[in-house]
Design a protein around this ligand. Structure first.
Ligand code: NAG
Ligand code: NAG
Ligand code: NAG
Ligand code: NAG
Ligand code: NAG
Ligand code: NAG
Ligand code: NAG
Ligand code: NAG
Ligand code: NAG
Ligand code: NAG
Length: 815
């Protein structure tokens, strides 16, 4: 058993009171006669400098702790086992500590791989295992209550990484990780977090911990040929150094590339920066847990440096790293818990000797104090060097992460990530409320590899990427939607049209490259190779990756292929010619009034003439004379009221009253007449010739539909006779059929997709009209395969269609 004493000697240059304190510390540490020693194992790999840093931190933690708590009855006694990098070595060391030294708890082991078996041992022997290095989230799955992770797990930092990816608008990222438990543990969490911010992981690059430089270079070249330029590196320092060195050699640390390091690598590279490594990783982003700069931490740093240099005079440039701080706090927590757990029983219950097995494992005893210690550690909470310290479910809660950007001689701290506020420049909740934390404006300017401050777009057109084969329909008419034109001189095919424009725009809006080529669905002689159903089927039989064109979204095709969202208005409708009902009718001026109104108006004129004559002829000179004069004057008077031109004076008050009422009636009559006639003559009375589908069927009219279209199925479904259906292949043919008229080899109505009808109307606007009964279909969409066959126009393209296509967007109501 090695007893680690506090190794510090007071130095002349040091402050007097501090010297005194350390002197007292030593005194306390030596007073073991009256205190109870508690054995604690320490499993470290002393070949690594980091382990020596941790070891010195643990020793300082003990001396600091018992200096401050001299009255505690227990004293931790460390037994260190060096296991030389080996997983089996770590297990053997732990077994030895439990069996032979009968330790109450074990601090260490340093890596996730070593921790795995040691945790099982601890569970069996009821000895708490406290690791301040093992970060792999997969260790949680062992579900040992005797395992304490005195460090955050790796899955806590994935949200910080995905927040960075989101803030800079990158849509794809490739993780590069070491192929062991440490590397692989984080990947499911990282993938999920990236997916949550709409970033894809198109490829995962696994590098063996024993990979040669050649293998690393080969893998890097492979990454170079792909389009993604955002890499997330998660591995140990030794492999990371080689990876970045090779990446720089082949030019991957230059403009356009983005590298993000997870916290392990960031801590490794930046705590005691090695100038040659720092030169290699200029512009790299990193993430590290944030430890607030407190007075205690600074004074500890100074004391630690003095101490460490005394023990390791050769390690001048060693620096206090984050693992040292975790180790310091973990030791303090353990010392506190051991005191709290009480001093009753530190013995081990021996395994029953009746057991026949001869291995050490079978005869492992059980720590009697284990359950008490377990509870005490779980309940420990204090303010440590790394901040508030407490275990939640055996782990430390997620810390705040600091974002660093490697620049010049080290890491420039450009911002923070907190789980509540996202990316922020300063940790000040009051100011941050006003900021926008999902955008890069939350953090300081980043200088990316290649010394650029503009944000790389995160992808490059791949040099050897596979081109998507996009099928396009071939037909003679309707070139507005898709037109395939051959250029015989150069043997090239040109594909144009509205649908093609939409697709090109969608691909342009994608945040990564999507190389593709159009392949006309035609026989060698240029004729269409089949109907639209046949074309769509080619996607199912994997001849094409997708189909772009005027493809209607209909239900029964979606059984074997998939559609994007529609990019045109949806529905099938009817179009009919319109006829002018009233033009060229000489008797149109009679139309405003019906014949009975004409007759009754005439009768009333006569009647009013008579009434006025009756009331006036006895008193009024104007209404005297011969009988014919009197009749003439009366009627003249009556009819001249029609235009309010009566000139005869009226003297009787009674007749004046009659005339006033009559004039009012005449006013209404003439005004109504004028208004109706005006509207008849000016507004064209255009009427569709047919308004009802059933009328067409009943009268046996001929109707038209487009060649090869699914509309045929709808028409047959409606009850049209097959012999009454005519096809057209272009706008001109369509118009021609209408001109001939039903019964003369033409049609009375035509059915088609609304998009075609609108096109037809835009050409022959004045002669036709669309009739309303619309059969719902899905509109036009792009076709892609149901399987995930490398086609990326799925959800991304749908978003682009919704936001970039100006057509009214209609959700498809599939039957
Ligand atoms: C050691 O501890 C005992 C009991 O706590 C105390 O009486 C004694 O003075 C201590 N000795 C030293 C050298 O501190
Ligand atoms: C760590 O310390 C031990 C002795 O305490 C020493 O033998 C070993 O060489 C040190 N390791 C390093 C990397 O300095
Ligand atoms: C030893 O055997 C006894 C009785 O068979 C049992 O109660 C006890 O739990 C066993 N101890 C161990 C460590 O298996
Ligand atoms: C131990 O081994 C002996 C022979 O090797 C066997 O007879 C005995 O039954 C075993 N006992 C137990 C408890 O397995
Ligand atoms: C630990 O905390 C639990 C609940 O908070 C409490 O019931 C228990 O007594 C505490 N144990 C110790 C040893 O403090
Ligand atoms: C990782 O730590 C966080 C915070 O303590 C916790 O919420 C999460 O469940 C842990 N994940 C795993 C896999 O242990
Ligand atoms: C936050 O950023 C997003 C995307 O960058 C933007 O759409 C949104 O309007 C911003 N909100 C505020 C309050 O600035
Ligand atoms: C065009 O293609 C045909 C057959 O594919 C070939 O016979 C002809 O030589 C080609 N013409 C040119 C100019 O490439
Ligand atoms: C879709 O319907 C048409 C006509 O009803 C039929 O010819 C075709 O085979 C159907 N396709 C599928 C996949 O059912
Ligand atoms: C004229 O319109 C009327 C209804 O206003 C209609 O009954 C008649 O059939 C139409 N005539 C022609 C030739 O379309």
């Amino acid at each position: 058993m090695i007893r680690k004493k506090h190794p510090s000697k007071p130095a002349l240059s040091f402050f007097f009171f501090l010297s005194l304190k350390i002197f007292l510390d030593m005194g306390v540490a030596q007073n073991t006669t009256s205190t109870i020693p508690v054995n604690v194992g320490l499993v470290l790999d002393l070949d690594y400098l980091d382990a020596n840093v941790s070891l010195s931190c643990i020793n300082m933690a003990l001396s600091d702790f018992y200096a401050a708590h001299g009255d505690y009855k227990t004293r931790l006694v460390l037994t260190t086992r060096d296991f030389k990098k080996d997983v089996v070595g770590a297990a053997a060391a732990a077994l030895d500590l439990i069996k032979n030294v009968e330790v109450q708890a074990i601090l260490g082991p340093t890596t996730s791989m070593q921790a795995n078996f040691v945790i099982d041992l601890g569970e069996k022997a009821q000895v708490p295992i406290i690791s301040f290095c093992a970060t792999s989230p997969s260790l949680t799955s062992i579900r040992s209550s005797y395992f304490f992770r005195a460090i955050h797990n790796d899955s806590t930092q994935v949200n910080a990484i995905s927040a960075l990816v989101q803030a800079f608008g990158w849509r794809e990222a490739v993780p590069i990780y070491i192929d062991n438990e440490y590397g692989e543990g984080i990947i499911p969490y990282l993938t999920d977090a990236l997916q949550a911010v709409d970033a894809r992981v198109p490829y995962r690059s696994v590098i063996s911990s024993s990979a040669t430089d050649d293998q690393i270079v080969k893998e890097l070249y492979k990454l170079m040929t792909m389009q993604t330029r955002v890499f997330i590196v998660h591995m140990y320092r030794s492999l990371g150094t080689r990876l970045f060195t090779k990446a720089e050699e082949i030019g991957m640390m230059s403009e356009g590339y983005v590298w993000i390091m997870t916290d392990g690598l960031t801590a490794d590279f930046l705590t005691s920066p090695n100038p040659s490594v720092i030169d290699t990783i200029q512009g790299v982003l990193g993430i590290k847990p944030y430890v607030p700069r407190t007075k205690e931490l600074e004074s500890f740093r100074v004391r630690w440096k003095r101490n460490f240099l005394q023990d390791n005079p050769n390690s001048i440039d060693a620096d206090l790293n984050i693992y040292g701080l975790w180790a310091y706090d973990a030791t303090t927590a353990l010392a506190m818990a051991v005191e709290k757990a009480g001093t009753t029983n530190f013995g081990f219950q021996k395994a029953n000797v009746s057991s026949n097995s001869s291995t050490d494992l079978a005869t492992l005893g059980i720590s009697l104090n284990g359950p008490h210690l377990l509870e005490a550690i779980s309940n420990t909470s204090f303010k440590g060097l790394t901040g508030d310290y407490l275990f939640v479910d055996g782990q430390l809660p997620s810390p705040v992460f600091q974002i660093v950007n490697v620049n010049g001689n080290g890491g420039r701290e450009i911002g923070f990530w907190t789980s509540t506020e996202g990316l922020v420049r300063k940790l000040n909740p009051r100011i941050n409320k006003l900021r926008n934390s999902t955008s890069a404006s939350g953090i300081s300017t980043v200088i990316f590899p290649g010394d650029i401050t503009s944000v790389p777009k995160g992808w490059e057109t791949p040099t050897n990427g596979k081109k998507l084969k996009i099928g396009v329909p071939v037909k003679d008419g309707f070139s507005e939607f898709v037109a395939v034109t051959e250029d015989p001189s150069s043997n090239t095919t040109k594909v144009t049209g509205y649908c093609i424009d939409v697709f090109d725009a969608v691909v342009k809006a994608l945040p990564y490259a999507l190389p593709y080529e159009y392949i006309p669905f035609a026989k060698p002689d240029g004729k269409p190779a089949g109907t639209y159903n046949d074309l769509v089927y080619q996607v199912y039989s994997k001849n094409y990756d997708a189909v772009v064109g005027d493809i209607t979204i209909v239900f029964n095709r979606s059984l074997y292929i998939d559609y994007t969202l529609p990019f045109t208005e949806s529905g099938v409708s009817m179009i009919v010619p319109i006829a002018d009902n009233n033009s060229k009718n000489a008797w149109v001026f009679m139309k405003p009034l019906t014949w009975d109104l004409w007759v009754s108006s005439f009768c009333f004129f006569v009647f009013i003439g008579f009434v006025v004559w009756f009331l006036e002829h006895r008193v009024n000179e104007d209404f005297r004379g011969s009988a014919s004069d009197q009749a003439g004057t009366s009627f003249w008077f009556s009819f001249s009221t029609m235009v309010f031109a009566q000139r005869e004076r009226v003297v009787s008050n009674l007749s004046r009253a009659v005339i006033i009422i009559w004039c009012f009636v005449v006013l209404i009559l003439t005004q109504s007449y004028t208004a109706s006639l005006t509207s008849l003559l000016t507004v064209q009375q255009l009427q569709p010739t047919v308004t009802d589908v059933h009328e067409l069927i009943k009268n046996g009219k001929y109707v038209g539909y487009q060649k090869g279209s699914f509309v045929l199925e709808i028409l047959l479904g409606l009850g049209f006779d097959n012999s009454k259906l005519l096809v057209y292949g272009s706008l001109e043919e369509w118009h021609d059929l209408f001109s001939k008229g039903s019964g003369n080899g033409g049609i009375a109505a035509a059915f088609d997709e609304v998009a075609y009808l609108k096109l037809f109307l835009s050409r022959y606007c004045s002669k036709y009209t669309m009739i309303d009964p619309t059969f719902k279909t899905g509109g036009f969409g792009f076709v892609k395969s149901l399987s995930n066959l490398g086609i990326s126009i799925s959800s991304m393209a749908n978003k682009c269609i919704v936001s970039h296509v100006s057509f009214p967007f209609v959700t498809s109501g599939l039957p």
